[in-house]
Design a binder for this molecule. Structure first.
Ligand SMILES: [Zn+2]
Length: 258
């Protein structure tokens, strides 16, 4: 966040890429870099994937977008909650997984890029570029059939944390997440509301990969902070990151035993 807004192709975006990579030194990291052509021009896109291998062939992907893209005419924002909270959480999840001997599934942490729409109001065909590119790649090389679950984290830092039940997500995976939250005593933060959100999980949902979007899409009264310069760190709580992070890790363990 301290680097400022991080739209595609900007210096700040580059700094954030380097910041993430600097925290993954010694890990097995794959980069998926390509260029997109959009109505706003051509832009570089770069997905970053840290792989923590398990003993089995299954893969659990935990994802967060890290861009704060905005149409050229729109107001820049730093996206404390939208992009930064979940990307920071993935860095801490990497700390937790590093050096662990994993029985079961491999865990791949994915910082995906170019999630945000190139135009407003939100325009589906010009959004989710990073994950759409990856899903095609993983389809072509056969990776996709080994993905047991795709867990997306998005806007999870809100101090007033209420993760939605998300209607495009896979019901059994959301039920498992709820069980994990209940074990940890955090169930009151999960699934009291239901929404339907077209987010980075959609390309995986469409290919039949069990997927869940952990998102709190009510950010301030009537979502007033979303995609505005008011999306700043004072609206967040480290407790919210702890809740979502521990529930995610508990879910990973439960998936290993499934
Ligand atoms: Zn956003």
């Amino acid at each position: 966040m301290a680097f400022g807004p991080r739209p595609l192709g900007s210096r700040n975006h580059k700094k954030v890429e380097e910041f993430i990579l600097s925290h993954l030194k010694g890990d097995s990291v794959e980069e998926d870099a390509f260029t997109i052509e959009t109505t706003e021009g051509k832009f570089p896109v770069r997905n970053l994937i840290a792989k923590f291998p398990g003993t089995g062939s299954g893969i659990i992907v935990i994802a967060s977008h890290y861009d704060t893209n905005y149409p050229l005419r729109d107001t820049p924002y730093v996206g404390a909650n939208d992009g930064a909270s979940s990307s920071a959480l993935l860095l801490e999840i990497a700390n937790q997984l590093r050096g662990q001997k994993r029985e079961g599934n491999s865990v791949w942490l994915l910082w995906d890029d170019a999630e945000e729409s190139m135009r407003l109001p939100w325009y589906d065909p010009e959004s989710l570029y990073g994950v759409r590119h990856l899903v095609q790649k993983w389809q072509a090389d056969g990776t996709i059939k080994n993905i047991k679950a795709f867990v997306l984290e998005d806007m999870i830092g809100d101090a007033d944390l209420h993760i939605e039940r998300e209607a495009n997500s896979t019901p059994w995976l959301e039920d498992l997440i709820y069980q994990a939250a209940t074990r940890l005593g955090y169930q009151s933060h999960f699934f009291e509301r239901t929404s339907q959100i077209e987010d980075d999980h959609m390309p995986f949902v469409e290919r039949g990969v069990p997927s869940a979007d952990l998102i709190d899409f009510e950010y301030g009264y009537n979502n007033v902070f979303w995609h505005t310069p008011q999306d700043t760190v004072d609206k967040l709580s480290p407790k919210s990151l702890e809740i979502v992070g521990t529930v995610t890790l508990e879910t990973v363990q439960m998936l290993d035993q499934k």
